[in-house]
Ligand binder design. Structure first.
Ligand SMILES: Cc1cc2nc3c(=O)[nH]c(=O)nc-3n(C[C@H](O)[C@H](O)[C@H](O)COP(=O)(O)O)c2cc1C
Length: 314
C-alpha cells in the first residue's frame, strides 16, 4: 500500500509563488502521514506534462490560483488536453486566491469528472496577494498560522483518506461565493468577452534589449520578441505578470501605475511576513477554531467552566 501511495503527482501552476508554497505545505501534511507526493510544475502551454495513462495512480492533485474569478487559462488548456483516465482516479484540488475564489474549483471538478477523475477533496486558500494591481505598499498582508495550518491539515486529511481511514469528501472551501452559475457568467464576461490584457500592460521598446527573458518565461507563449513593438499577443496573455517580474530592464509595466517602481517584481511568498520554510514548519497543536464568533463562544464556555469548577471546589 505504501509503495502505491508514493506515486501521487501534484500538478501546479504558480506565477508569483503562492500556489507553490501552499502546495509544499500540503505536501508536508502528506509526508508527516508517510505519504509522499511529487510536485510537478505546469510551466508553459508549450510543454505540458500529464499523468501517465499506462500507470494507475492512487490519486492526482491539481493546484492553481484564481484569475478573474475563474480557473486560469493555462489550467483550462491543461484540463482540456488531460488524457481520460483508464480507471476512475481520485483527484484533489488546491485553489489559491486573494479571497474571492468564486467556487472556480467546481468548474475544474466538472472538467475532471469528464476525464474520469473523481474529486476527493478541495482546499481553498486565501493568500496574501501582491499581484501587480495590488501594490505591496497598500496591501501589506502576510502569511499567518491559520493559512499554513489549513494547507498542512488538508494534506494530512487526504493522506488519512487515501489510507482508507476516512471516507468523507474533504471540503476546505472558503464557503463564500459558491454560486456556480454566477461564476460561469463571470467567466464569460471576463475571460471570453474581455479577454485582453491590452491597455493593462505597457511595453517600452526603448528600454528593451531583446534578451528574450520575457519570451522564455511566458507560460502562455504569448510573447514573441521578433514582433517588437507588438511584443505581447493580448489574445493569448492571461495577465499573470510573469514577464513584468522577469524583465531585467523594467521594459514591461502595468499601464495604470507607470510612475511606481515595478510592483511585485521582487515579490515571493518568502518576502511576506509570517513565511515559514515548509521544511521547518510544524503543525500547531492548537489550530484556530474557525470564525471569531465561534472562538468567542468557546472562550466564554471555558471561562464558565473555570468559574463553575471554582464554585464546586470552593
Ligand atoms: C490576472 C489575475 C487575476 C486574479 N483574479 C483574482 C480573483 O478573481 N479573485 C481572487 O481572489 N484573486 C485573484 N487573483 C489573485 C491570485 O489568485 C492570488 O494572488 C494567487 O495567490 C496567486 O497565486 P500564485 O502566486 O501561485 O500565482 C488574481 C491574480 C491575477 C494575476
Amino acid at each position: 500500500m505504501k509503495d502505491k501511495l508514493n506515486l501521487i503527482p501534484l500538478y501546479y501552476f504558480s506565477a508569483s509563488g503562492n500556489t507553490k508554497y501552499c502546495s509544499q505545505l500540503v505536501q508536508r501534511g502528506f509526508q508527516d502521514k508517510s505519504v509522499s507526493i511529487e510536485l510537478i510544475r505546469i510551466k508553459s502551454v508549450r510543454d505540458l506534462t500529464f499523468p501517465d495513462k499506462s500507470k494507475s495512480y492512487p490519486a492526482i492533485g491539481l493546484a492553481f490560483p484564481i484569475y478573474e474569478f475563474m480557473v486560469p487559462r493555462i489550467i483550462l488548456i491543461w484540463l482540456n488536453q488531460l488524457p481520460t483516465a483508464n480507471q476512475t482516479t481520485p483527484v484533489f484540488i488546491i485553489d489559491t486566491s486573494g479571497g474571492l475564489p468564486c467556487n472556480s474549483a467546481e468548474i475544474a471538478m466538472d472538467l475532471l469528472r469528464k476525464k474520469n477523475y473523481e474529486p476527493i477533496g478541495v482546499l481553498e486558500v486565501p493568500t496574501p496577494t501582491v499581484e501587480p494591481f495590488f501594490d505591496n505598499k497598500y496591501y501589506p498582508a502576510g502569511w499567518n498560522r491559520e493559512i499554513l495550518d489549513r494547507c498542512y491539515y488538508f494534506g494530512a486529511l487526504l493522506a488519512k483518506k487515501l489510507r482508507k481511514e476516512d471516507n468523507r469528501f474533504i471540503d476546505l472551501r472558503l464557503g463564500r461565493f459558491r454560486f456556480r452559475k454566477l461564476t460561469k457568467y463571470m467567466y464569460r464576461f471576463f475571460i471570453e468577452g474581455w479577454s485582453s490584457s491590452a491597455g493593462l500592460i505597457r511595453f517600452d521598446p526603448s528600454k528593451c534589449n531583446r534578451c528574450g527573458a520575457c519570451e522564455r518565461v511566458c507560460p502562455m507563449a504569448a510573447i514573441n520578441i521578433q514582433q517588437i513593438p507588438n511584443l505581447i499577443n493580448h489574445n493569448r496573455c492571461m495577465f499573470c505578470a510573469t514577464c513584468i517580474r522577469t524583465c531585467p530592464y523594467h521594459a514591461i509595466k502595468i499601464s495604470y501605475r507607470p510612475k511606481k517602481s515595478p510592483p511585485s517584481a521582487i515579490w515571493t511568498p518568502k518576502s511576506r511576513p509570517g513565511y515559514i520554510d515548509p521544511e521547518k514548519y510544524h503543525y500547531s497543536k492548537n489550530p484556530s477554531l474557525g470564525s471569531g464568533y465561534l472562538r468567542l463562544l468557546i472562550g466564554m464556555m471555558r471561562v464558565k467552566k473555570i468559574l463553575m469548577n471554582k464554585r464546586i471546589n470552593g
